[in-house]
Design a protein around this ligand. Structure first.
Ligand code: ARG
Length: 464
């Protein structure tokens, strides 16, 4: 027999198909610990306000502990609950009756599933978001470690995916490490806003019993209480914030994935992914495919879709609780699980990939030093715009002769402009190492500037 929290005024049972659409146990069972925790805190306040005798209070507390253990065991052996109830709140209350008897019928005094469900989700998020942050911090450490190891590798830097300027490979890795640092900070801001407790808001109007909401919130680890009961039961803004955050973090992961996919193609060959993070082909024996990264790239699309779906659910909803909101948990859990897997796969891929420094260097070509040649003229007093055109002319000449900038005879340079200077001096511009070492400004790709940003990020990680 299905234990129901409602139905006294109904003459008929809900239809089977409505039950199927309405039942949420398969999803919200994941909140059983939070449901028990919230219920224990609620029972404490009911007792303190004189609405539960000490005996009832104690049997509820013990009973809830038993219920939690039971569910934990059943989930670990079956992976699911076979209870016929519609949601986790009904399951906990029915099971509590078996342990605490009549006292169980007093637990829901002045409480609604509206404030209960909102509280459970927030409690879950407060710890889950912390776990997401740890995975992100791990990814940042992995990027930082690889940047430290491979600081001497010089590789082509691309804009528009066209060869742009030589950069240190570490500079590329660090560009992502900083992106993820910002993601960690954004999550912190959200966790702060998330930390207000809806419990005590009832279904819509608040709580008619003298409950100390602040004490209740504090006992559950919240920083404060929601300031308006209608806002509390109807808002899912914290979920929207998380989904938007996941989408942004997913975009960052996807861009990194795309770079590493490209760099591992035979045409680039700068990185080779480990066996652990590659897959093969059922037909072509030679294949080593970056499927993990491709799934990460695809996941960003799914994360964006989830945040868009959920906003569509909220748009135009009348205020306070409507059943449309029940879908929040399904979307939240699947986005969260997907994002965490992506963070782990990315960290694993980055920590195990091999860098082919020789190949990276072989992709550099003298045209990538055209900017440095222009700067060389600038140092000799030529206005930059003119220098840009003069080097352009040298490039045009080199192309016509089938040469590159480095092999263009010195006489060709001096024909274009006397400021190109002596052959010996001009030749010195053509060094990858010398090129990157010029970019010493803070945030630049010279070793000195790179060591500084690595130290800054390390310090941030250390203080975090
Ligand atoms: N399972 C529901 C949810 O998570 C609980 C709230 C139900 N409240 C209601 N008035 N039907 O959204």
């Amino acid at each position: 027999e299905r234990y129901k929290l409602w139905g006294g005024c109904f003459e008929e049972e809900p239809s089977a198909v409505l039950r199927r659409l309405n039942d949420s146990l398969g999803v919200d069972v994941r909140l059983f610990r939070e449901d028990v925790r919230g219920s224990k805190a609620w029972a404490t306040e009911l007792h303190r306000s004189g609405h539960l005798t000490i005996e009832d209070y104690e049997s509820i507390q013990h009973g809830l502990d038993k219920v939690e253990q039971e569910i934990e065991q059943e989930l670990s052996s079956n992976g699911r609950l076979n209870d016929p109830e519609e949601d986790i709140h009904s399951v906990v209350e029915r099971r509590l009756r078996a342990h605490a008897g009549e006292a169980a019928l007093r637990l829901h005094t002045a409480r609604s599933r509206n404030d209960q469900s909102a509280t459970n989700t927030k409690l879950w998020m407060m710890s889950a978001l912390g776990r997401a942050q740890s995975e992100l911090l791990n990814l940042i450490s992995v990027l930082l470690k690889r940047a430290q190891e491979d600081i001497d590798v010089i590789a082509p830097g691309y804009t528009h995916l066209q060869r742009a300027q030589p950069i240190r490979w570490s500079h590329f890795l660090m560009s992502y490490a900083w992106m993820f640092r910002d993601d960690v900070c954004r999550l912190d801001e959200q966790i702060g806003r998330l930390s207000s407790c809806p419990l005590g808001s009832g279904a819509i109007a608040g709580c008619a019993l003298p409950i100390d909401r602040n004490r209740l919130a504090e006992s559950l680890g919240f920083q404060n209480v929601t300031p308006n009961s209608m806002f509390a039961v109807g808002s899912r803004d914290h979920i929207v914030e998380f989904l938007n955050w996941s989408s942004l973090c997913g975009i960052h992961l996807s861009r990194l994935a795309e770079d590493l996919i490209i760099y591992s193609s035979q045409e680039f060959g700068i990185v080779q992914h480990s066996d652990q993070f590659s897959t093969g082909s059922s037909l072509m024996p030679q294949k080593r495919n970056p499927d993990g990264l491709e799934l990460v790239r695809g996941a960003a699309g799914l994360l964006l879709g989830d945040s868009f779906s959920f906003c569509c659910i909220l748009k135009g909803l009348p205020s306070t609780y409507n059943k449309d909101l029940q879908t929040d948990k399904e979307i939240l859990f699947r986005s969260y699980d997907r994002l965490l897997d992506c963070l782990k796969v990315t960290a694993g891929t980055v920590s195990t990939m091999k860098i082919n420094a020789k190949k990276a260097e072989s992709l550099l070509e003298p045209g990538m030093l055209a900017t440095d040649v222009a700067h060389w003229l600038v140092r000799r007093g030529v206005p930059f715009r003119r220098a840009h055109h003069l080097v352009g002319a040298a490039l045009r000449r080199a192309t016509a002769l089938g040469l590159d900038l480095q092999l263009l005879p010195h006489a060709e340079y001096t024909n274009i402009c006397a400021e190109f200077g002596s052959e010996k001096e001009l030749r010195e511009v053509f060094s990858w190492e010398a090129s990157v070492e010029q970019y010493t400004s803070e945030g630049g790709t010279a070793k000195e500037a790179l060591l500084l940003q690595m130290q800054q990020l390390q310090q941030w990680l250390h203080n975090y």
